[in-house]
Design a protein around this ligand. Structure first.
Ligand code: ADP
Length: 310
């Protein structure tokens, strides 16, 4: 048997005449984080509906958790959880009461309900606030509660649509860490759609880049960047730069191009290229490095390139 959580084989889906997904084939290993990225209209939401068995492929097959979406959607939905646009939380109820409500919806046996509610509240750091009305909570806390709610029935697959949209950077980072832990320690398979390519690069084990319902690339973020040969832009803020140092850097094989800017320099680094030689040249020349940042992630460059190619 396979430990793939998702298997698509030549899956095509149409809304009437309009083809929204074309001939998709890929697999997602259980316990990994999978992300689909693409511009609006690429087919991301349609793919989520397909994975939940809410719609069926007109050609090909889609298996989720070992079940066929065309005939076993119910089994899939019992073992999955989806967090879509709306959190589904009630502002006028406390965090705990919200979860009690959903525990009943999921028909958790009464003896398990309290234990599960306690577990998820503790896991998400919400236990202390459990009796406060959700309407008074921050957006980040609400989003955590929404995921906690989705986890009550211990799903094997979690689908998240833009989970960190609208969160401040700290809350977003916190949530990313919690979600990563679910896959890493909990063995859950996570399907995530997001517009944040840095988030994808940081979290996803596997990515499918979709455009107009077709797969433009798939693999790990690094594999996609390598396959498209996309360089990344690195900015170094430094003091003590001289022209000979810049010339020496421009000789390095990984430096595609280099330019001086007011407080340092900016470079294009070839796909897969590291920064150790660059740092070595700079430190050997006595340059003081204040900051090094990648302004475009590799995946971002790859993504932009894939969207441009016709
Ligand atoms: P995304 O989530 O990536 O923005 P969607 O899956 O929503 O993309 O849409 C994929 C394509 O299918 C788009 O061309 C969209 O216009 C079309 N589409 C989406 N929902 C429907 C629908 N209910 N009826 C007809 N066409 C739809």
């Amino acid at each position: 048997m396979t430990d793939a959580a998702i298997v698509m084989r030549s899956a095509t889906f149409r809304y009437g005449e309009r083809e929204a997904l074309h001939d998709l084939s890929f697999q997602v290993a259980a316990g990994t984080i999978f992300s689909v990225v693409g511009p609006n209209g690429a087919g991301k939401s349609t793919m989520m509906k397909l994975l939940l068995g809410l719609i069926q492929p007109v050609e090909g097959t889609v298996q989720v958790l070992g079940f066929d979406v065309s005939s076993q959607g119910q089994q899939i939905r019992e073992r999955s959880a989806a967090l879509l646009e709306h959190t589904g939380l009630y502002d006028r109820l406390s965090g705990e009461t919200n979860l009690e409500f959903y525990a009943r919806v999921w028909r958790l046996p009464p003896d398990q309900r309290n234990r599960r509610i306690r577990d998820v509240l503790m896991h998400f750091g919400l236990w202390e606030r459990r009796r406060d009305l959700v309407g008074t909570w921050s957006r980040g806390m609400k989003q955590k509660l929404a995921i906690a709610r989705a986890l009550l029935h211990e799903p094997e697959l979690l689908l998240l649509d833009e989970p960190t949209a609208g969160l401040d950077p700290v809350a977003a980072a916190d949530l990313r860490q919690l979600v990563a832990g679910l896959a890493e320690r909990g063995g859950m398979t996570i399907f995530m759609s997001t517009h944040n390519l840095h988030e994808v690069e940081e979290m996803a084990d596997q990515v499918v880049v979709l455009r107009e319902g077709r797969i433009m690339a798939s693999g790990s973020p690094a594999e996609i960047a390598r396959a498209t040969g996309s360089p990344r832009t690195v900015t170094v803020v430094a003091a003590g730069l001289t022209q000979p140092v810049v010339d020496a850097l421009s000789q390095l094989p990984e430096v595609v191009s280099i330019a001086r800017v007011s407080d340092g320099l900016t470079m294009q680094i070839a796909a897969g290229g590291g920064l150790s030689s660059v740092i070595q040249v700079l430190t050997a020349a006595g340059v003081q490095i204040h900051d090094v940042r990648s302004t475009h992630s590799e995946l971002e460059s790859a993504f932009l390139k894939l969207m441009e190619e016709r």
